[in-house]
Write a new protein. Structure first.
Length: 94
């Protein structure tokens, strides 16, 4: 019986991987983290490690920046947007 490896779902990503996923420069991600006060975990080597929740938050921020929001507006209105299962960002109707 041949050996089959199990698919392991990834739970942490490095900043370079996140940058590639979202098509955003790494420096912009670092800037948003600093300016918006986003808490990102770090590994033993002190590198940032992103979870799925962090990536969804960055998707929302990217979408809002493309919509014309400035950083203060993003902070005020972040909870008015959600990320769908297909990674599309939608405004929540209130």
């Amino acid at each position: 019986m041949p050996y089959k490896e199990h698919q392991v779902k990834k739970i942490y990503w490095k900043i370079g991987e996140v940058s590639g996923m979202l098509n955003i420069k790494q420096c912009k991600i670092r800037f948003w983290i600093k300016e918006l006060g986003i808490e990102i975990s770090r590994n033993r080597k002190d590198a940032r490690i992103f979870t799925e929740i962090n990536i969804q938050l960055l998707r929302k921020i990217k979408f809002m920046r493309e919509e014309g929001y400035q950083l203060q507006g993003i902070l005020k209105n972040l909870n008015k947007y959600s990320v769908q299962e297909n990674n599309q960002v939608k405004r929540i109707e209130i």
